[in-house]
Each structure stands twice: as structure tokens, then as C-alpha cells.
Design a protein around this ligand. Sequence first.
Ligand code: ARG
Length: 690
Amino acid sequence: MKKQRILMCPPDYFGVDYEINPWMKGQIGLVNKGLARQQWDRLYEQLAEQLDIHCLAPQENMPDLVFTANGGLSLGTKVLLSRFRMQERQVEEKIFQETFCQLNYEVIDYGSACSFEGEGDALFQANERLLWTGYGVRSGLEVQKSILQDLEVDVVPLRLIDPRFYHLDTCFAPLEGGEVIYFPNAFDSYSINEIERRIPPKKRILVSEEDACQFSCNLFNVNRLIFTNAMSLTLQKDLEARGYQIKLCPVSEFMKAGGGVKCLTMKLEQESIVRAPQKESLSSPIRSETLKFSGHLLDSGQLADSLNFIELNGLSFNLSNFTPALRQDQKSHAELKLCSPDSTRLENTRKALIDRGWECTEDREEAMFFPAPKDGVAPEGFYTTSIYPTQVYINSKNLHLQNRRMDGVIVFNPAQQSITCKIIRDLDQGDLVLIGEKGLQVESPQQSDDAEAFSFMSSSVSSERRAEGQIKEIAQEIRKIKTAGGKIAVVAGPVVVHTGAANYLEKMIRADFIDVLLSGNALAVHDIEYQLFETSLGVDLQRGSPVAGGHQHHLRAINRVRLAGSIEAAVHQGLIKAGIMHACVQHGVNYVLAGSIRDDGPLPDTIMDLLVAQERYSEAIKDCQMILMLSSMLHSIGVGNMTPSGVQLICVDINPAVVSKLCDRGSLEARGIVTDVGLFLQFLSSELNI
Ligand code: ARG
């Protein structure tokens, strides 16, 4: 098998000659050069068994040139050349550039305006076109947007917050098996969230501070071998259990300069990236924008306050055209270029800065629209909507998206200067559809920086134990909504009838707590079957056992309603005398029954055209403040997709997986209760005193 190629540099001139990271403090002149040589040679020998090593010529007065990881980042035929943040290392740029040219790479240089320290701050996830990048200490955020375009990879920026772990490779390493090993305290909570969003729990390997400080994460992984400076036994065992073999290669002398095994190598080929590029699906989360200020910036403490706020939120900035007021009666002027790892944080920061007196400038990115190529087809690259408040910046104006829902597209109407949300099948040819995320602002719920608050938020699914307390709160909420004249919808599955809980739902309807009932054919069929034959799907609900000939009951019930013409007619004719559907008809509850392929009958009221049913559902939930989803997975998910944020969703199901799925809207307003729906309704109606 062909060996993977890497770049190293012998330590002829290695030493600690200056201090540019915390590890170097107090180490100037203290490197044991003989030992450094031995350690490097030993590492070289071990790596050479597995890899094809290209060495670059060591240079006098470049003590850190041994850390080739910082020279650049290669993918395919391209290398992104590093631009060092620290002046001490900028002399190395020329050497790396020459080396890459000699090796016939196409060298991409982003220039000195923004620093980028190569593989030190850019690591590929194995077998994926995903690049983790570090920013905040050495590399800037600005260039990372260009990386995505130039290398055609997804870029996930991670913010480093501990000066000891100043490069991403000092505290984070993706492994060949898809695992990621990292020291969580080195990152801000947004970044941890990004890691957790992409890597399943089983594949996350968290290391202790002790391991982090011996640079265990600064490892070189080839096939199943892991080369690193040192590692605790616990961590070694964990990795061995996952099929890795650990090779300890002490590099204590290099640690004095703040570098470990990984820092001493740079991959000249990224063997593990196998997937074909998918350019269309790549869209950078990184956003930038310029704001300007004119007023009291210095004496009011405004500048420090604004910059602090920007940093706290994980954005980077560039201050330009700064003319400070030199007299009390003068104004300061300044421009501030912000760069944010995502649009939400840019949006929140912009708002906070505008509150502090900053103004938007013309260079704000405008949204881009392409015409729909055909009726019912969106142009390639279309943006899909979320449930959250959304604004789009067009012709220097912010337009609000009115009819929000999930999985729609945004259409611009130039005549009215307005934007609406449409589903793809409703598009007309030529409709102007928003492409990508330029000019887009989405107000997703603010993430808290507080880990505890965060874990509380994410555990909105509760089990039996807490159900009682939650139902009390829900009952209070229902009363509040109804007293204020609000609307409540119920999405219910037939289980409500099978569990014998139909009468509780009926009571809630009769007490005018429910305004809308969304369901399928079955709930109505079994409710009516029970009224006519006292069985639900042939089962005597009192005794809990099937009755003779009971299996035909539901068909007979359907047939009678078909004869009457509709459920409403059957109620008026006195055929149906009680039950959920009877209560709906009597109390003017808007019920919509959406059919499915397995429906018997169906009832004349069941809408078998699914597109019409979806429209009727979405019409029915307009202006509802709360939706109770009772044991009906598909109807509930359907409703969840068409509901904008701001509506309380209560999902009740005995199956925790269903509840999690329903609550997984990334929003705080979905509450899940894992319990029997019969018990839930019984308890809820008693809380509502009915
Ligand atoms: N002294 C070097 C610096 O501070 C060490 C670089 C370590 N390299 C790395 N990839 N983490 O820049």
C-alpha cells in the first residue's frame, strides 16, 4: 500500500528563543538540544515505518520551523499557505511557500490581512469533507469563509478560549474511526454544541485536563496507530478498546515551545477524504458585516463596551477609519468590520451594537433570488425556512417573513416589496426564490453560555415521575390562554379512544377548552363505533376483551355515517348521541381528518387528498397558542412542521422516541411528556376541574 506523505523539519536550529505562547514562558534557552534531537529522531523513525516523510531544510534563526503543522493545509493538489499571527514566525512563511512550490502544489495565499496557522488550526474529520477550524487565538475567522470555497469542504469554526490551547491541534483530534478526542474546557459553549451536533455521543472522547496538559490530543493517527507524547492509562485503555494502538513518543523538549507530536508533522496528502465534493450543498456559516459609528466613543466607554461584547459572543472584529475625538466637543468616527461564526450571533451582536449607537453601512450583504425554473420546482441552492422569526435584507431594507413554517422557501414579490413563505410544490414558474443565506437573519432561540442552563433546556422530555407536575402547569397554561381568548388545538391518535380516555377529551371539548381537532380517519371511526356499539375496534372497553363479531363494528359505523352523508349530519339525525365527534359538532370545534393509505371506509369527512389535508391543517392551526399532540406520531410531526415558533407544543406519547422526535425542533417551546395518553387526559381534566 502506498504510504501517506508528511512534511517534517529536523531540529537543527530548534530552541526557545522567544515567548509567544504560555508554554514558552520562562523556557528561553532551556531546551536540551541533544535530547531534542534524540526525541525527534526517534519520532521520525517510528513514523517512517508507516509514512513517507519529506524533510525540509532547517533554517538558522527559525527555531519554530520544526512545527511544520503550522506551515499550511493541503488537500488534493492545493495548499493553503499559512500567514502567522506572531511576527516571530512570519519569516517561516517564505520557506513553506518555496517548499510547497517545489512539491508542485497550487499554493493559495490569503495575504497577511488575516492570520491562518495551517493544520495547527485546521483538521479534517476522517472520511468526510468536513474541516474543523480553530479561531480566537492564532487564526482569524475571516479566511475560513474562503477555505470553504477553495477546498470545497464544510467548515466548522471552533473558538479556543484557553491560552494554553492556542492551536486547535493542541486540544482536539479527529480519529480515523470517526471519533473525536478533545479537551472540552478549551472551547466556548457554542463550539462544544457544534461538536456535539456533528459527533454522536459514542464517538466523543473527552480528555482530562491532565491529559490535555501533556498534549495527549496533539496526536498523529495513521490507520489504527496513534503517536503521541504521553497519555494516561485510562485514556489509553479507552482508545485500545476502540481498536487503536498507542505509541508513546516523548517530545518533552518540544513541549517547552508549546508543541507535541502532531505539531511536528504536516500531512501532504489527506488520504482519508474520500467523498466526492458536493459544492452546491456547501454554504459557509461564517458571516461578516461592517457597522459605523459617529459620536462619543471614547469618553463614554462605548468602544471598550462594544468590543468586549463582540469578543464575548465569539466574533472577531477589525476597526478601521478610526478618527478619535481629541476634544470634548468633537465626535469620534469609526468603522467596525465584524466576522461571526454564524448568522444568529451576527444578528444578535448587530442588534446589541445598534442599541449602543452603531449604524449599519451599505456594505451589508443583500439577499440573492433566482427564478423558479418550473411550476412546483425551486431553483438549485434554495434556502429552506425554519420556524423562527426571519428577516431578509433586500434593496437596503429588512423585510419580515410573515407566514412562517418549517421546510418552506422564501419568495420575493418585487411589486409589493414583500416576502412570503411558500412550499415548493406551490411555486409558480418565475417566482423569485431566496438562494443561500446571504442577507438572511434568523432569530433562533438565544443559546446560553451557561452549561447548566443549557442541559436543562435540552432535557425538555420528562418521564412519568415529573409528569404530574407538568400536567398541573399545562392546565394553568390552558386556562390562561382561554381566559385571554386564545385558541388551542389538539392532534390526537385513535389510542385516545382505545385507552378509554375519549370521555376526558370529550369533556374538555364541552368545557370549551379546545378549538381545533386534527386527526386521521381512525380516531373518528373508533369514537363513533364506541357510541354505536360500545366497542373500539371490536374491543369492549369496560371489560377490555373482544366481543363476538366486533371486528365488523368499525365498518358498520363507517357505513352508517356514509349513509347519513357526514359526521355532522349523523349528529343532527340523532345517530351519534355523544362522544368526541358529537362534542365537536355541538361546540363548533373545527375538526380536520386527514386520510392515509390504510384507512377503511373512509368516513365521508376524511380528506383523502393529502395536499388538501395539509392545507386544511395549516389553515386550522393559524392563531393557535397551544397544540396538544396526543399519541399520533405522523399527524403531530406534520403539524410541527407547519407551526411557526412561539406556539407551545405539548407532545404526549408512551414511546420516548416519538416524544424526542417531536420535541426535537431545536426550540424551547416544545415540551414532551412520556406517559400513557389515557392517564394524561384523566389527570389533565381533573386539573381543569371538569
Ligand atoms: N512555538 C510554536 C508557536 O507558538 C509552537 C507551535 C506548535 N504547533 C502546533 N501545531 N500546535 O507557534
